[in-house]
Design a protein around this ligand. Structure first.
Ligand SMILES: Nc1ncnc2c1ncn2[C@@H]1O[C@H](COP(=O)(O)OP(=O)(O)OP(=O)(O)O)[C@@H](O)[C@H]1O
Ligand SMILES: [Mg+2]
Length: 204
């Protein structure tokens, strides 16, 4: 089983949105996916509870962060991929959860505030020595999007497709769907491209 942790201390950057949509895209690609929600806000679980399909899976209860490794060990016979959402914070348990991941995805909105805040997350993933990639999130069609991607590329890999600012992402947070199930071709194609990119990294 491979593990993707979605993390950045900045709030509202699109962590839960990425977790939801990537878990559905991976499921549609034939992976047996487990979602874990380490955020007490429970956004990922709330979405999953309103979902009709029973895949991707969630456990009856999410583990306390210090028990993550034991939970992953217990899940590895049953699932191929675990996608973990985290809170907008820099908790004391962050390092141990980063170290449990095969890949960390860091969503970043194209704004100077987000760029300033992401430095702490970059330092944490580098400190943990875990592979990571940035995913540009809630992007407008504007020069600031390209400029942010250019700056991020100086610090690590940037996914080749952006999660654009689209109503369907907010709508599907209530319907329990992924955008790849919701009939919005543009959103579906950017999520499919991000999943292909992530899959390529995981396959080494
Ligand atoms: N690409 C997008 N287009 C439109 N709305 C979006 C997009 N991505 C996220 N949103 C909306 O922005 C808000 C924040 O997104 P989300 O909850 O995914 O961020 P988060 O990083 O998980 O937030 P938190 O830090 O509170 O956990 C939500 O209301 C979500 O529906
Ligand atoms: Mg969230």
């Amino acid at each position: 089983m491979q593990t993707i942790l979605i993390a950045t201390q900045k709030g509202g950057t699109g962590k839960s949105t990425l977790a939801r949509n990537l878990s559905v895209a991976a499921t549609q690609d034939g992976r047996n996916v487990l979602c874990l929600d380490l955020d007490p806000q429970g956004s990922l679980r709330g979405w999953w509870e309103s979902r009709e399909a029973d895949t991707p899976a969630m456990l009856d209860r999410d583990p306390p962060p210090h028990d993550l490794r034991a939970t992953l060990n217990g899940a590895k016979g049953q699932f191929d991929l675990c996608i973990i959402d985290t809170p907008p914070a820099h908790p004391e348990w962050l390092t141990e959860t980063l170290e449990a991941a095969d890949l960390v995805l860091i969503p970043v909105r194209p704004s100077p505030d987000d760029l300033r805040a992401v430095g702490t997350t970059i330092a944490a993933v580098n400190g943990a020595g875990v592979p990571f990639a940035f995913v540009m999130s809630q992007t407008p069609r504007a020069r600031i999007t390209e400029e942010t991607a250019r700056i991020l590329a100086q610090h690590g890999r940037v996914a080749p497709a952006n999660i654009a600012q689209r109503v369907v992402y907010a709508e599907t947070s209530a319907t329990g769907q992924g955008v790849t199930e919701a009939g919005d071709d543009k959103a579906a194609s950017e999520i499919a491209e991000i999943w292909q990119y992530v899959r390529g990294i995981l396959n080494g």
